[in-house]
Design a protein around this ligand. Sequence first.
Ligand SMILES: Cc1ncc(C[n+]2csc(CCOP(=O)(O)OP(=O)(O)O)c2C)c(N)n1
Length: 630
Amino acid sequence: MKKMGDMLLKREAFSEIVMGNTAIVRAMVEAGTRVVSAYPGSPTPEIASAIQSIPKGDRPFYFEFSTNEKVATEIAYGAAVNGHLSTVFFKSVGLNVAADTFVQLSLMNIIGGMVVVLGDDPGANSSQNEQDNRHYARMSFTPVLEPADPAEVYRFYLEATRLSQKHRMPVILRLTTHVCHAKERVAFGPWNPVPPNDTPRFDPANGAYIPLTTQAIEQKRAALARLGQVRQWAEKTELNRFVDNGNTARGVITMGLPFLSLMEVLDGSSSKPDILKLAYVHPLPREKIIHFLSSHQEVKILEELDDVAENQIKAMAFDQQLPVKIIGKTGLEDWIGEYTPDKVHLLLATIWPDMIQSSQTAEADDPAPHRPPQMCPGCGHRSAFHAIKQALAPTDITVADIGCHTLGFLPPYEMGQLLMCMGASTAIGSGLRLFNTSRKVVAFMGDSTFFHAALPGIINAIFNRHPITLILMENGTTAMTGHQDHPASGKNFNEATDKIPVRQVMEGLGVKHIFEVDTYQQAKLTEMVLEATSIDEFSVVIARHPCMLKFTREQRKNPNYRQKQVAIDQGVCERIHACIEIFGCPTFTRDTAGKVTINTDLCIGDGSCIQTCPTKAIVPAGKKDKGGAA
Ligand SMILES: Cc1ncc(C[n+]2csc(CCOP(=O)(O)OP(=O)(O)O)c2C)c(N)n1
């Protein structure tokens, strides 16, 4: 990691093979970015890992993980109107949380410049939807640059900062999962650090900063005027690319990852369309596009997810009465998923079969074996679900939230029958409890989510007396996105800080019924859930256990850690398979004869399973060889 940190701070120009998520950090350094804020979410957390590789004292900018995306956006905005070049980054659905602030940004005079880095997720690889955030950009008059690879991530970030500072407006850098995680050699420029100007430069006279009544309308006028200037620039920037294949019959207008896939599909083909690859996907460079449309008979619009560019380009052709045939999305599948080379191949073979033979489809790589997602061995959430299930009737309703515990919806636990977004479980559960006296309602939630967006729903349950039970699955970290700290962790990204204990927050809010237990104490947890759900008021059970993945990563450095693993006492085992079918830890394996053994590569020696075997066949392995450890 130190090596990466040294690389990111090199004074001289250099080239290196890096991920998109690393390239952007070097761009932040070169650009003189002063404040960066974020909330974790795939595909962007590695940006923070790259930042962390630079020792705090050497980091030329301030970085924090804020409590949610809206707060992170406000931090970056506040810093930017004080004169500091700032950046905020988060995942696709994070923009929904940030939106209430984000949609006003373009109305403000952002004197320092501000880049909003979005990790969009075509294919919903790790999100609850695959929303196309270009819609937000259009709605909020915000320019969007869309890189296709790590080299463009670097160049486009620098472009975004220059543009943002020049026009004093926010600029979106729209990354997608592939672009964040792809690796390639990137040629970086030199870094010539200039001493930062840390004089607070906020001045209301630079505004307006208060978008109320007629002022908001004036600010909107100014935002539209600025967007018009960006459009003019988007026409001439060298970041647009024209690939001249000498084909006046056919052309493709594309952007981002689909461009790379297209180039791969066309590689070796004798007949290729001309290609216009756009750097700015909002606002679109109208003149450039009209020129391209005018010089081709058929133009395919190749864009991932929604028909955002397509509709605008069709309108341009209509306005100009161009005779060109524009081919947009032709079927439902065109709206869905990543535009991988296979997908682009299929799309082109459908419309231009003479150019791309469908039989030419590249042999698909061996697909990775399908592994259903599951909780890690020793996960406290598993132990919790095992116990909670004993306390609930099959007709009771369980509402999940977002986090590792969401996996509880899978067999064998089947806990969490509805899911929406971060922090939603308590209020959805409250709604489910209305006119419902016969079916108990239990909501689940992780501790990072508690601070992120859950408090209003919890306060509402108290305020409006919704008698549901919230089970707070407290593991001390934001586990699902890679163990980022949160307000109850006792440290932030930069230093130790005061803990904000979940229990005290609940007490402060006036929750009267709070239960608390380590999830490995399953009988006690079952008892507490029974009691909590029998109370006709809002109740909370804090089901606590540290994230065992985080814990065992440390433990594995100790050569003796295997001594704590479990084994199966084959003399006692009756092969009823409760360990697999009811407890469901992946450590247990069963052969064709039904014999259960332990996968010692997986067993972390937590022992939470010992109490779950009705015949007491699971025993500590260290004591004696029970003949079961594989
Ligand atoms: C609005 C939004 N931001 C970020 C994410 C990414 N994300 C998924 S789960 C999660 C938090 C998980 O932490 P926690 O609530 O503590 O549950 P754990 O995974 O630790 O069990 C985050 C940040 C998201 N899905 N939605």
